[in-house]
Design a protein. Structure first.
Length: 139
């Protein structure tokens, strides 16, 4: 018997359980995804609260950059470029094939393209009347 339990706000334990099941399936198939989270956190001081940063993870031979956030008032100071440079350096240190991410038309596509990323796909009307773009950078 299988019970389905829909949940709007899964806990970190819920997510870990799903990942564990996925990892077990990969191992049975003779593959190890090499999942490894990575982040660069921004603070105003050494012991201050996190105010932004970058979060992503390695999966197989690529790094997916899931979140990049530079707080208002700190944009335009090269912080985003430094976050991305640190992610790329980490990916290179692990000999990954590349990095990929997604962004919306109203967000940062030109920023990522200036850093050498190129569009490899898009979804129209996501959100309605706009687009979502998928970009990659091979290393």
């Amino acid at each position: 018997m299988v019970v389905y339990a829909e949940k709007l706000d899964p806990t970190s334990a819920d997510v870990a359980a799903v990942l564990s099941a996925l990892e077990q399936s990969e191992k049975l198939a003779g593959r190890d995804a090499g999942y490894q989270p990575f982040s660069v956190l921004l603070r105003d001081s050494e012991d201050g609260p996190v105010i932004g940063g970058l979060y992503g993870y390695q999966l197989f031979d690529w790094m997916f950059i899931q979140y990049v956030a530079v707080p208002p008032g700190k944009q335009g100071q090269g912080i985003g470029q430094e976050l991305m440079a640190r992610a790329e350096a980490w990916a290179r240190s692990r000999d990954l094939a590349g990095l990929w991410l997604d962004t919306f038309a109203f967000q940062a596509r030109p920023f990522y393209e200036k850093l050498g990323f190129s569009v490899f796909g898009s979804i129209e009307d996501h959100p309605r009347g706009s687009q979502r773009f998928f970009l990659q950078k091979r290393l």
